[in-house]
Design a protein around this ligand. Structure first.
Ligand code: F3S
Length: 713
């Protein structure tokens, strides 16, 4: 888990009352460090700004036998590749780029915090069986083409939705020509096409990487089981019979690519960029070049970028753009420093930032313009172009400025562009001017997959090694570490278990809001400025459903308080109902809760007193999340009944069938409508549910974690 998503996951896990996590777990402090001046000072500042979060996560890690990687130790996916990933194993990670570990032959899947809690608490984890998309690689990369270009090219072919519901499995002779970290880069960005995960077959590149990262014994075990870790012969002979879809890619012919701006699937060969810049009116200048992140911060990446930097230094030139480097881990930082690569990059003007996400996740105080404050309009810059070796380039993601055009490329192309300062620069065909004004061409990058075997990787500063607990229950019971949460904290709040079901029908529910149209998890629990409250359920509940459109008033974020008769915001009315102990429901349209696995979208309504959600249909993951939190998800038997209901304050709803809730049996809603003259009309609506026997137990106990806690004690 990374530090942003781990907060609520740990708070929930605490409710299980388990002494230790059911599977090996680690926490990585990487998202909360803002890039500003230098690695040292930025980490020091983050320790001040986020001390309560880090203290909480560390104390929880110590209590539950979780490995804790401090701020500055590195980015979760790079550390996982270096330490935990192993061929043929399964991992869940609370971050969408978890599939990075597919570069080591692991099935690594990005999930929400609720799924991580399932794994940690030994609750069955569910996934709709994905299809398999086979990508056959032939040939060998050459010249300026790199592993990054494989996925930049595929992103263009598949688009941001093309991998949805699929595992991407790479196969074919080209897979054996790639380094382990190169394969990691490709799997990492499978998230950009929506894939469940991506994976490479076990090969010699993985064995070399395992040996270099002190895990030769895992390579030996994988060698023994290699037949299980690669596609079978019949699959290779006739892939179209075995995969749901097959894409062919010839690495011999692959050109360097550059994707963007604003979406990672806006893809093209670099050679076409000049024309496109003119056509689109994009800026000619590159204001900042950024290399690193979890996608492209391997030793090999840095050697290729440094080989370009050395050529430039020999000609006496510096980067024309600001040039920033984020190493993926302390091990990478220390090794590239020892081997002179950091020096090569600094010679042309690079600034090395902390081993953390930094600008990739918008934790970036830009200093290349007069307006250096992140998130503010930057009129001095206006539309400007940055080029990064990162994976994601949604509008405003990096610096909060909607006018910044962010392009994605390999580290070596970013380095070349930073040297030229031009977005149209193509090092394959174009020249730079040396210190004397003479043109010269850069040679293609020359990389080194791994450090020299005798020197190996330098693990770096010991302060950044994880705090390792002996995860035996006896040890943990003896070492009953208190979890640090300040009761006055605005960012963290210990969770109270949700109340158990009282055994009867749900009576006299108010309709908090009848939602019209799309209602995603972003509408239910917005991100942005609210992210700082991810560990504080009460505070973040103030954003509940603020994006929802009220079908009765036609306004976003409006609800009628049926006690006062006044209109308020949805969270205001929800809070008032909670304070008064008034239970309520939400009525919604199709695919309610689509978007993400964000558990807050289920926890917040539950916290405010929501007992059931009635929709035309649910997004599957959100429906499960509601069940886990003890909210009853119901769908109309007849969709037309949506039109019979209103949240205008005239209706209350009671259930019939909940007291005897069973799989497959309907639940009836008795609706009472009060007319202006005080008379009442009653009618009944039939609804369906998808609760299994196990899920009904969650509901009875108030939540899945309450059930686990009852079994623990
Ligand atoms: Fe961090 Fe960016 Fe990767 S936020 S985990 S470096 S995608």
């Amino acid at each position: 888990m990374q530090d942003a998503s781990a907060q609520m996951a740990i708070l929930q896990f605490m409710l299980s009352r388990l002494p230790t996590t059911a599977v090996p777990t680690s926490i990585h402090c990487d998202h909360l460090i803002e890039a500003y001046q230098s690695a040292e000072s930025d980490v020091a500042q983050a320790l001040v700004t986020n001390r309560e979060i880090f203290d909480f996560l560390q104390s929880a890690a110590e209590k539950y036998g979780v490995e804790f990687w401090k701020p500055g130790s590195g980015i979760i996916h790079q550390i996982v590749l270096e330490n935990y990933a192993a061929p043929g194993t399964l991992m869940l990670g609370t971050d969408s780029h978890t599939p990075n570990a597919g570069g080591l032959g692991m099935l690594a899947i990005g999930v929400g915090g609720a799924d991580a809690v399932d794994a940690m608490a030994n609750i069955p984890w569910e996934l709709k069986a994905p299809k398999v998309l086979g990508v056959r690689l032939t040939g060998r990369l050459n010249g300026w083409a790199s592993p990054k270009d494989i996925i930049l090219n595929l992103a263009g072919k598949l688009t941001v939705r093309g991998g949805t519901g699929h595992i991407i499995e790479y196969f074919g002779p080209g897979t054996d020509t790639l380094s382990c970290t190169g394969m990691g880069t490709i799997c990492n960005m499978g998230a950009e096409v929506g894939a469940t995960t991506s994976v490479f077959p076990y090969n010699s590149g993985m064995a070399r990487y395992l040996a270099a990262t002190r895990r030769a014994h895992i390579a030996a075990a994988a060698d023994q089981a290699a037949g299980f870790l690669r596609p079978d012969e019949p699959v290779i002979a006739a892939p179209e019979k075995h995969y749901d879809q097959v894409i062919e890619l010839d690495l011999d012919r692959l050109e360097p690519h550059i994707n963007g701006p604003f979406t990672p699937d806006f893809s093209r060969p670099l050679s076409t960029m000049k024309t496109l810049i003119k056509e689109q009116g994009w800026p000619e200048d590159v204001s900042v070049g950024l290399i690193g992140s979890c996608t492209n911060s391997s030793y090999e990446d840095m050697t290729r970028a440094a080989s370009i930097a050395r050529q430039a230094a020999a000609k006496g030139i510096h980067a024309k753009s600001q040039f920033l480097v984020t190493p993926g881990s302390e091990q990478v930082r220390a090794t590239i420093a020892r081997d002179g690569l950091t020096g090569d990059l600094e010679t042309i003007g690079a600034t090395v930032l902390a081993n953390a996400c930094g600008p990739c996740i918008g934790q970036w105080k830009r200093t290349d313009g007069d307006h250096a404050t992140r998130g503010e309009e930057r009129p001095d810059l206006g539309p400007n172009a940055i080029v990064s070796s990162f994976n994601r380039n949604f509008r405003a993601r990096n610096d909060g400025n909607a006018q910044t055009m962010n392009f994605l490329a390999s580290p070596e192309i970013v380095t070349a562009m930073a040297l030229s300062g031009r977005l149209s620069f193509n090092p394959v065909t174009d020249t730079l001017l040396d210190a004397d004004g003479k043109p010269f061409k850069l040679d293609p990058p020359c990389g080194q997959e791994l450090p020299d075997a005798t020197a190996g990787f330098d693990e770096g500063r010991t302060v950044y090694r994880p705090i390792v607990q002996d995860p035996t229950e006896a040890n943990l019971a003896a070492n009953d570490v208190p979890i640090k949460v300040d009761p006055k904290s605005q960012r963290l709040q210990i969770l109270e278990p949700f109340p158990a079901w009282n055994g009867g029908e749900l009576e006299d529910l108010r309709i908090l809001v009848k939602v019209a149209g799309k209602c995603t998890t972003d509408h239910i629990s917005a991100a942005g400025q609210w992210l700082k409250y991810k560990g504080h359920l009460e505070n973040i509940a103030h954003n509940t459903l603020i994006g929802a459109l009220n079908a009765d008033t036609g306004k976003v974020n409006s609800a009628l308080n049926t006690v006062t008769g006044e209109l308020g915001t949805i969270p205001e009315v929800g809070m008032a109902y909670r304070a008064a102990g008034i239970p309520w429901l939400v009525i919604a349209d199709h695919n309610y809760g689509e978007g993400s696995a964000r558990e807050h979208a289920a926890m917040q309504p539950r916290y405010l007193g929501c007992q059931l959600i009635l929709t035309k249909s649910f997004a599957r993951i959100h429906e499960t999340n509601l069940k886990k939190q003890g909210v009853l998800p119901l769908t109309f038997r007849d969709e037309q009944d949506y039109d019979r209901l209103t949240g205008d304050g005239t209706m209350t709803v009671s259930t019939q069938g909940v007291a005897d809730l069973r799989p497959g049996c309907p639940v009836y809603l008795q609706v009472t409508q009060t007319r202006p003259d005080g008379s009442q009309e009653r009618f009944q609506i039939e609804t369906k549910h998808t609760m299994s026997e196990d899920q009904i137990e969650w509901f009875k106990h108030g939540s899945a974690l309450n059930l686990i806690a009852s079994l623990t004690n």
